[in-house]
Design a binder for this molecule. Structure first.
Ligand code: HEM
Ligand code: HEM
Length: 145
């Protein structure tokens, strides 16, 4: 079961990263080229939210069954153990919250430019955080080194 969860969690990262980029590119076009907010923009941000929440669910399940997460006297002093017990979950939780708040706030605003601006700011910080946290994992951002 751990292997299946890990493979799903590992594969879903590509969808999350792709959707983050897609939402960001369209949001930048919306802000800087003043494009209208189309139904596709709403759909992309919804798919991003669903993929991210699914990633959160898989990550939470992994956290309780994975051998990478260990709690012992070494956990905090060993950077490899600390990364999976503390840093990955904390950084990614913040990113998930940013993506969620970005969508909720953007949905509430009736103005197209403001919708795009909110999506741009929240998702840009989220993407930066996800990339930094993945880079820190030592397993590579896109492929294992
Ligand atoms: C640990 C599990 C999860 C947590 C803590 C969580 C939390 C949240 C939160 C806080 C919201 C925002 C509510 C709002 O609009 O104010 C939300 C919305 C949503 N979540 Fe999750 N979620 C989880 C899992 C999932 C899963 C597994 C899916 C689907 C695969 C999912 C799909 C959605 C959808 C579709 C929305 C509403 C999007 C919208 O209309 O803007 N969530 N969730
Ligand atoms: C956008 C959010 C996230 C992304 C992009 C992401 C991505 C990844 C990636 C790429 C791996 C390495 C997979 C591999 O080596 O094949 C991983 C492992 C892991 N993730 Fe996440 N993750 C996210 C959120 C979370 C969250 C919120 C949690 C915990 C609640 C979590 C828990 C874990 C655990 C425990 C592992 C280690 C599994 C193992 O090696 O046994 N992840 N994650």
């Amino acid at each position: 079961m751990v292997t299946g969860l890990l493979h799903s969690h590992s594969a879903l990262r590509y969808l999350v990263l792709f959707l983050l980029l897609a939402v960001l590119v369209r949001a930048a076009q919306g802000v800087f080229a003043k494009k209208p907010f189309l139904p596709l923009d709403n759909k992309l941000s919804l798919w991003l939210l669903i993929a991210t929440h699914l990633q959160l669910l898989l990550g939470l399940a992994l956290y309780f069954v994975s051998d990478a997460v260990q709690f012992n006297s070494e956990t905090m002093s060993n950077p490899g153990l600390r990364y999976w017990a503390v840093e990955h979950i904390t950084g990614m939780l913040v990113a998930v919250v940013l993506i969620t708040v970005g969508r909720v706030k953007s949905k509430k605003n009736p103005e197209d430019a403001a919708k795009f601006r909110t999506l741009l700011i929240y998702n840009a910080i989220a993407l930066l955080l996800v990339v930094l946290v993945l880079w820190q994992s030592g397993r590579g951002i896109l492929i294992k080194p």
